[in-house]
Write a protein that binds this ligand. Structure first.
Ligand code: GLN
Length: 227
């Protein structure tokens, strides 16, 4: 590679929503987490430097579509609908939608959510699936997952549906809450890339494969997930 010749490497711009620990969150004014480090390792394989752009979760796909960002990395679930808007890399992680309730809640399984107020982060699969299953009137949308969890703690809503890893962090940080044993939906996380950019999809998939095979990915995960 000729990258060593110039001190300024090309940038790989990653769109994310840094409200999703342990995948992306702020440590001081730096965005850290599994996606941040994984994307940096992918950029390195491509001879590029990673640049992270933090935005609302809803803005990530438009940013990738417009070319403002090269990749979307945000614990983003592959869905049929999103796959009509962007291409996805190979999946790199399995996420699970879980249900958070208060310790004294009578909700013990997904069926109990009928007629209850469910908090979600706007535009996430938790939002999409619970709206489908329980109706728009029963879903309250928040800009941040953490805000939904705080509303639950304050008794304003009955449950939160959110990805399992951030759920663990949020429950640890807010007393009186628990994650139900019965999870809601299992899904695949992948990186979003502009439709038709087959060259980047291929390069990213090759990098993912190498970083999985050489143990780099597992090392990154182990740094952020310790159970
Ligand atoms: N996995 C969920 C989704 O893709 C949530 C992602 C997120 O909030 N960053 O909708």
């Amino acid at each position: 590679s000729d990258s060593a010749k110039s001190d300024k490497k090309e940038k790989l711009v990653m769109a994310t929503n840094a409200e999703f620990p342990p995948f992306e969150y702020y440590d001081g004014d730096e965005v850290v987490g599994i996606d941040a480090e994984f994307a940096a390792a992918i950029a390195d394989k491509l001879g590029m430097d990673l640049k992270i752009e933090d935005m609302a979760f809803d803005s990530i796909i438009p940013a990738v579509q417009s070319g403002k960002a090269d990749i979307g990395a945000a614990g983003m679930t592959v869905t049929e609908d999103r796959a009509t808007q962007v291409d996805f890399s190979d999946s790199y992680y399995t996420g699970v939608q879980v249900i958070i309730v208060t310790d004294d809640s009578d909700i013990t399984e997904p069926d109990d959510l009928k007629g209850k107020k469910i908090g979600v982060q706007q535009g996430t699969t938790g939002d999409i699936y619970s709206t489908d299953d329980f109706g728009d009137d029963n879903v309250e949308r928040f800009n941040k997952g953490m805000e939904a969890v705080q509303a639950l703690q304050q008794g304003k809503i009955d449950a939160v549906i959110i990805d399992n890893q951030p759920a663990k962090t949020f429950v640890e940080e807010n007393e009186g809450l628990k994650i139900l044993e019965t999870s809601y939906v299992e899904e695949d996380y992948a990186l979003a890339i502009k439709k038709g950019n087959d060259d980047l999809v291929k390069k990213v998939n090759d990098a993912i494969k190498e970083l999985k095979e050489d143990g780099t990915f597992d090392k990154i995960v182990a740094k952020y997930i310790t159970d």
